[in-house]
Design a protein around this ligand. Sequence first.
Ligand SMILES: NC(=O)c1ccc[n+]([C@@H]2O[C@H](COP(=O)([O-])OP(=O)(O)OC[C@H]3O[C@@H](n4cnc5c(N)ncnc54)[C@H](OP(=O)(O)O)[C@@H]3O)[C@@H](O)[C@H]2O)c1
Length: 319
Amino acid sequence: MNAAVLHALNKPPRFDEFPDPSVKDDEVIVHVRAAALKPVDKQIASGSHYASPSKLPVVCGIDGVGCLEDETRVYFGGPRSPYGAMAERTVMSRQRCFPLPEEIDDLTAAAVLNPGVSAWLTLAERAKVMQGETVLILGATGVTGKLAVQAAKLLGAARVVAAGRNEQVLNKLRDLGADAIIRFDKPGQSLKDAFVHEAGDSGFDVIIDYVWGSPTEALLAALTRKEFAAAKSDIRLVQVGESAGATISLPAAVLRSTPLTIMGTAGIPPMDKLMDAFQQVMTRTACGELRIDVERVPLDEVENAWQRDGHGRRIVLVP
Ligand SMILES: NC(=O)c1ccc[n+]([C@@H]2O[C@H](COP(=O)([O-])OP(=O)(O)OC[C@H]3O[C@@H](n4cnc5c(N)ncnc54)[C@H](OP(=O)(O)O)[C@@H]3O)[C@@H](O)[C@H]2O)c1
């Protein structure tokens, strides 16, 4: 079969022949119809991710949309290595195949489910965002950040501040529900001052961070109080991505002067929470409440697609 085959870590995969999978135990063959190209697929292939392969070659792609032998259309996640989603066929545990409703097409489902479920769970389950709160999204111009802006509003946030780098994409975020915009690299503006300005007197309640690195350091400087003051309400910062850097310098003063809690996404949540988020994202995407920009790319162009930026659009490979 044809597949996106990774022959060496830290190189793009090639469109190549790969042996067909066969099933064991409770597994099923999935005839793939669409597989999104996400940052995590690139991180795994680069060798920098904890799930990076120790043996090569492998097929790339951790999730997608396809049909089972009985024609059931499913979203699937976690194919058995060395098989992957970016192929004509893959092999999956039956428990990790979830039937899809007719209202959502292959490309949209393949694009939205991974970042949408992640954004929904981060806001609803980790940050526990509440009605009327103010939410800051760091890295709001990415596919997941754009979904987080929309999800925050759907979950009841009164004010969503979207921060990011790409000016063109930032300018469109008001259409998705952002109430204010912060540009990371606006000439003549200190990023720290921009965060202070948008925090206002009541501050941020929730911060969802897809970037880490220097923008997060500027934010932490903005949150650090300069005087002894009564604590305001808790600030919950959820660390999700590291587009701008893998590490930060964390001054102790920010944790002592403000009621700030920094947490991560904490791995895969229990199945009931995961299924609830899955249903929310599918239903809300099907009715237009959650929007995502998708670019369809034939699988034989994977090598080129791997090396370009989607600029807020999710590239979806089609075998
Ligand atoms: N743990 C999870 O569950 C989970 C789920 C989804 C995503 N993530 C992580 O979250 C991050 C974003 O994911 P995504 O789906 O939104 O990716 P994406 O669509 O590829 O977008 C990448 C984002 O990172 C920004 N960025 C890249 N380099 C930057 C830099 N040097 N400084 C500042 N911003 C920079 C981009 O800004 P521009 O628009 O200006 O290029 C864009 O907002 C990735 O690290 C991803 O692995 C984690």
